[in-house]
Design a protein around this ligand. Structure first.
Ligand code: HEC
Ligand code: HEC
Ligand code: HEC
Ligand code: HEC
Ligand code: HEC
Ligand code: HEC
Ligand code: HEC
Ligand code: HEC
Ligand code: HEC
Ligand code: HEC
Ligand code: HEC
Ligand code: HEC
Ligand code: HEC
Length: 452
């Protein structure tokens, strides 16, 4: 209490600094400024400025007339301070405004302070006393901001980096986020904006979204990837994966990955991580692809390559079942070559074009092209699915076990021979074909069989 009063008296007396009416102690006081009863309190603070502690008050305060106890400052700030402190320490391409305005003492107490570095209040409060908005109204605060550790990222005085940062922006982030730094050096594929700057997605201080993202993840991604946004808006067939809660992040890593396209897993494993069960699409129930692939050892070419995207568009598209090209929706389809663009982007379309052939396909009886016969029909052409399994099968040539026909699964009953084969489908009575010794007329299906 006493020291407070002393300080107060001292303060009142000095408050008139520069005023000729000297108040305070009687002139010609010969003692020391910090003698008991005078300004002793200055030297009892936890942190004392060295010249004040040494009683060198006159380094900063000059008595106007000897013994008058009427003081003026030895010089104006910042020169007052820079007489002893190296000016170079306060220079940089960016100088903090209060320094540029020459006001060291808005932050520092020139005599002493309870706080480290003589700051007038704990540094955790000091910065926010002028920059309230940095932490205000944000649901999530970045770890160091939440504890007011502004100076781990900012130099209070000056810096050669924008925004007074203590290091280049991105490098600064990576000095603490070392797990990500390691991931970025060890991953084969890196997301372009992550190599530029973290703050294109994250606010360094805080935000209303988790992980301090500028906007919710999907919206954030679509801000830059407007081509994907367009697909999502306009695609006739939407992929349910994009409307799950994680959306883009259920397949992509925002920073880096080893699989290409920033995928979180190898592409096929990724697809099968959701398609390992039946899924609902509108009225339809989609089969369990993972289960089907494991129980059918003979996988279609692109699936052997683990490339579901060879046929499907992951983000949405205008074709049935997200296919990259046209493919008929139904068991029966009036023949139009275009409607089979999917299959014929990899296989020879000629196999269904000519009624007679001795080379375009092995599905022939002598030179009668049985692909042509089944598929190339004006009304009830059989789509490829009526005989072939698209993903995998247990039979040669990807012949399917059975085909869905309304509510019924029609068995196909395919048997292959060296020069042909036979089937006993639910569609018609059993038939055989043989390339070398064509099966005799009458045992072959007729148009009447095929268009009942
Ligand atoms: C490094 C420069 C410096 C030194 C050394 C210094 N002062 Fe000060 N003093 C100032 C400044 C600058 C102010 C103006 C107040 C402000 O802006 O915080 C001041 C203000 C004061 C005041 C007015 C009240 C107050 O606290 O603001 C008193 C009294 C005072 N000083 C006494 C002393 C005494 C006694 C000493 C020696 C023990 C001393 N000063 C040493 C710079 C200094
Ligand atoms: C007469 C010389 C002198 C003047 C004038 C001076 N200082 Fe100092 N200051 C020192 C010395 C000596 C130290 C202790 C050694 C060091 O840290 O450089 C110091 C230390 C400091 C520290 C660090 C204290 C700590 O404990 O970390 C701050 C902050 C500081 N001074 C601010 C100022 C400000 C602000 C001014 C102007 C109002 C100023 N100084 C004027 C000599 C001076
Ligand atoms: C906006 C507030 C602010 C202003 C204005 C300011 N400082 Fe500082 N200063 C700080 C903070 C905060 C620290 C503590 C930094 C730390 O602990 O890393 C500091 C530390 C210091 C130190 C201790 C050594 C160091 O660099 O860490 C000195 C000396 C110093 N300041 C001198 C000055 C001088 C001289 C001026 C005016 C030219 C000045 N300061 C203006 C906030 C300020
Ligand atoms: C006395 C008030 C005051 C205090 C205390 C203060 N600042 Fe500032 N700061 C300002 C002003 C004024 C500006 C300039 C604002 C502007 O240009 O809009 C500024 C600008 C900044 C900038 C932007 C610099 C740039 O050029 O981009 C940063 C970063 C900053 N302050 C950080 C801090 C930190 C960190 C602290 C605590 C160590 C702090 N400030 C304490 C007043 C203060
Ligand atoms: C993790 C590092 C980090 C911390 C901690 C941090 N900042 Fe920043 N701050 C930045 C970066 C990076 C920028 C540059 C922002 C940009 O480029 O958009 C910035 C910019 C600023 C600016 C300039 C204006 C603006 O909003 O962009 C101010 C003022 C500021 N910070 C104040 C503070 C204050 C006050 C604190 C403590 C409460 C603080 N910062 C803590 C990294 C940080
Ligand atoms: C001084 C160390 C430090 C620096 C520098 C730093 N961070 Fe952090 N960051 C942290 C801490 C501590 C956490 C909190 C960790 C936790 O909660 O698990 C964190 C958390 C995060 C989080 C996750 C937030 C959450 O809700 O879990 C993100 C995103 C982040 N930082 C981004 C950045 C970016 C961007 C930068 C550069 C502008 C940066 N960090 C610089 C220390 C740092
Ligand atoms: C393209 C946008 C984007 C950029 C650029 C970006 N991030 Fe992220 N970051 C995200 C998203 C989205 C998440 C949330 C991930 C989640 O929910 O799984 C995230 C999460 C984080 C997390 C917390 C979770 C984790 O993975 O540890 C940290 C820390 C982080 N980012 C740091 C950084 C740093 C550091 C940089 C710069 C080197 C950076 N980010 C650049 C989008 C980005
Ligand atoms: C600030 C803009 C920006 C944001 C935000 C952004 N990206 Fe990117 N992204 C790019 C750029 C630039 C590229 C590289 C150019 C390109 O391939 O289009 C890229 C490339 C990609 C690639 C292709 C990588 C490859 O190797 O094929 C994927 C996948 C991707 N981003 C996903 C995302 C996801 C998911 C998000 C949201 C978490 C996101 N992006 C947010 C700018 C952005
Ligand atoms: C179901 C998983 C999945 C989801 C969800 C997903 N993607 Fe992709 N994405 C992929 C795959 C697989 C590729 C590789 C495409 C290819 O091989 O054709 C890819 C490629 C990309 C590419 C680079 C190539 C291109 O097509 O431009 C970008 C950019 C991209 N995705 C952004 C996004 C964004 C943004 C979101 C969220 C709106 C998103 N993705 C959601 C699986 C997904
Ligand atoms: C050679 C092209 C091709 C490849 C490669 C391919 N698909 Fe398909 N997929 C199709 C066709 C064609 C359909 C439509 C089948 C039908 O309706 O008869 C389909 C249908 C689907 C369906 C809907 C299933 C249903 O019961 O209606 C899913 C789910 C699917 N595919 C997932 C995948 C996954 C996952 C992969 C990778 C493991 C993959 N596809 C690889 C061509 C392909
Ligand atoms: C995050 C879970 C998830 C992942 C990963 C995923 N899907 Fe899907 N997929 C779904 C859901 C849910 C549906 C059912 C809703 C719908 O029809 O889109 C679906 C439907 C489909 C359909 C049928 C679309 C229709 O309605 O006709 C195909 C084809 C498909 N996915 C292929 C793929 C392929 C290829 C991949 C890998 C690139 C993949 N999916 C990855 C969740 C996923
Ligand atoms: C992205 C290319 C691609 C697409 C699209 C494609 N396939 Fe294939 N298909 C292949 C490859 C590669 C093989 C494997 C050839 C091999 O094993 O020698 C193959 C093999 C086959 C076989 C077995 C051939 C044999 O001689 O063993 C049949 C039958 C088949 N595909 C039918 C279809 C049908 C029906 C479609 C359309 C729904 C289709 N394919 C779409 C690439 C494709
Ligand atoms: C009525 C049943 C049936 C239909 C419909 C059918 N296929 Fe076939 N396909 C077969 C049979 C049986 C074989 C095996 C021929 C052999 O090797 O004996 C075969 C073989 C193939 C082969 C291997 C090469 C060849 O021609 O011998 C390909 C590729 C193929 N089919 C693609 C298709 C495509 C694409 C469609 C749809 C446009 C389709 N198939 C429709 C029964 C059919």
């Amino acid at each position: 209490m006493t020291s407070f009063l002393v300080a107060l008296v001292g303060a009142l007396s000095m408050a008139t600094t520069g005023n000729d009416d000297a108040r305070g102690p009687q002139g010609k006081y010969a003692g020391n400024c910090t003698d008991a009863g005078c300004h002793a309190e200055y030297t009892k603070r936890a942190v004392v400025h060295e010249p004040a502690g040494a009683g060198s008050c006159d380094a900063c305060h000059e008595e106007k007339n000897p013994g008058s106890h009427d003081f003026s400052m030895a010089s104006a700030e910042p020169d007052l301070c820079l007489d002893c402190h190296d000016e170079e320490d306060f220079e940089g391409e960016v100088v903090h405004r209060p320094l540029a305005d020459g006001k060291c003492t808005v932050c520092h107490d020139p005599h002493g302070s309870p706080n480290k570095s003589l700051v007038k209040m704990p540094v955790e409060e000091l910065c926010l006393s002028c920059h309230k908005e940095i932490a205000e109204g944000k649901n999530f605060l970045h770890g160091p901001v939440a504890v007011g550790a502004c100076i781990v990222c900012h130099d209070a005085h000056a810096s050669d980096h924008p925004a007074l940062l203590t290091a280049a922006n991105r490098e600064l982030c990576l000095t603490c986020h070392t797990a990500l730094a390691t991931k970025l050096t060890t991953s084969a594929h890196k997301h372009a904006p992550v190599l530029e700057a973290c703050d294109s997605c994250h606010d360094p201080h805080g935000a209303n979204n988790r992980f301090n993202l500028h906007s919710a993840p999907t919206e954030l991604c679509l801000d830059c990837h407007d081509d994907i946004a367009e697909i999502m808006d306009e695609a006739e067939v939407q992929h349910g994966a994009l409307s799950t809660k994680r959306s883009c992040l259920s397949c992509h890593d925002p920073h880096a990955s080893n699989p290409e396209h920033l995928l979180t897993q190898q592409p096929m494993e990724l697809c099968l991580s959701c398609h390992n069960q039946e899924l609902k699409s509108g009225e339809d129930t989609l089969g369990n692809i993972d289960g089907m692939l494991s129980s059918n050892p003979s996988h279609h070419g692109p699936i052997q390559e683990k490339d579901c995207s060879a046929c499907h568009q992951p983000h949405g598209g205008d074709h049935f079942r997200l296919l990259v090209e046209d493919y008929p929706k139904k068991f029966y389809a009036p023949f139009d070559l275009k409607s089979y663009s999917l299959c014929f982007s990899c296989h020879e379309a000629d196999m269904v074009r000519d009624a007679q052939t001795d080379k375009l396909t092995n599905f022939r009886n002598g030179d009668q092209n049985l692909h042509y016969l089944h598929v190339n029909r004006k009304v009830k052409g059989r789509s490829c699915r009526s005989c072939h399994a698209t993903h995998a099968s247990s039979h040669p040539k990807h012949i399917t076990d059975s085909v869905p026909f309304g509510q019924w699964q029609l068995p196909v009953g395919f048997r292959k021979t060296a020069t042909g084969g036979s089937c006993s489908p639910g569609c018609h009575r059993p038939y055989r074909y043989d390339r070398d010794k064509p099966v005799v007329n009458g045992v072959q299906p007729t148009d009447a069989d095929l268009d009942p």
